[in-house]
Design a protein around this ligand. Sequence first.
Ligand code: NGQ
Ligand code: ZN
Length: 468
Amino acid sequence: MTESTRTSKHALFADYAWLPDGWRRNVLLEWDADGTLTHVTPDASARMAGVPRAAGPVLPGMPNLHSHAFQRAMAGLTEYRANATDNFWSWRDLMYRFAAKITPQGLAAVAQWLYIEMLKAGYTSVCEFHYVHHMPDGNRYANAAELAGQVVEAARTSGIGMTMLPVLYQYSGFGARAPNADQRRFINTPESLLDLLGKLRDAYPESAARRYGVAPHSLRAVSETSLRSLLDGLDQDLPGAPVHIHIAEQTAEVDACLEIEGARPVQWLLDRFAVDSRWCLVHATHVDAQETRDLAKSGAVAGLCLTTEANLGDGIFPAHTYLDEQGRFGVGSDSHIGVDWRAELRLLEYGQRLVRRQRNVLASAEAPFVADRLFGAALDGGAHATGRAVGALRAGQRADWLVLDAEHASIAEHAPDAWLSGVVFCEHGETPIRDVYTGGVKVVDNRRHRDEERAYAQYRVALAELLR
Ligand code: NGQ
Ligand code: ZN
């Protein structure tokens, strides 16, 4: 059947769309009632009668591979010098104090508003690295998955696709050090965490919009034994499900790992576990040359959260070498001091420019436009990290995309090969992202989400309570 004889209830015509081989003209997008793309047809003959037309060029939606939703509510509140050596660890103390105050209703409101902000920014999927599990005194809620459930529900009502990764947090440091009092809301054993995950799956089964995995918090927070039993248990229920871990964000944890475990974190993990494309190593910031090569070879995704890593003073990931080795990466908004994949990609390139004193460092001979190369790579790596069929306009993938505003100053009058450069590297006030679709549903229409007023009002109430 050709596109002109097919009749499709779910269809959109785009003058331009970014397909796996780049910008293509006259693209007909068709999807089914479940929100899965069924046909993507470039060079479609004249516009079909009755098929709506996108208001501008169409891009695949970007996956956000790392989020701690509750931290959105403390963004902008730790930008003062609390002591002479303010650093990651003193920020973490403030963050723990904030985490101690989270309630189920508060988390629901914060996550709901955050996910709406993500959608408006063009993130159509999120991987939630969720670790606040228990009541403030460390006891379980009647429903052990109470807080995780609020986050999954927020994703459902906002329309963002979700990979929920309940976090295993067991220890306070290398060598299985007992957890601290301010970590008590986070603590589980592999068994209790898998039990929590089971409850969550009963209440919210997997679907085209939702997937589960696990997140051992960091090598500081699990042991080799507990990590192994977590993965064994996971593979009985959900074989091949995504596994995310914070790996090497701070030099202090690299030093402690070397001292106590005898290897740097990335090397330690690669040597002991079958790390492959189901893995996402978040903040693989501190890697030596060998680790950079081995990580690239493993097929795992480096989870880069550039704005958070800059905010927390982490360091700079050797992106140039890693991309040269064909390493996979995606981006995440993590602590949510910004919620904008364009800013993440820009900072990824700018870090390299500042270090190397050159321009367009992350471009390559095959991909001379740095924005296009980074956008394509972050779609691919981000999609792997979600474990869902997302990240490309191709039959079989989720019908997730963004419609750019064709009249916006970042792209107007520019040739198509400069559009992504304009979108990523220029700011002209309001976002160039006009409409956003997830699962074939337009959830953002002319920069507005259907629920944004209500969600913002509830966010304000929750925030007032948290800051009281
Ligand atoms: C987190 N955040 O779990 O929220 C961490 C800080 C830690 C970032 N690493 C806590 N950005 O690593 O112990
Ligand atoms: Zn994190």
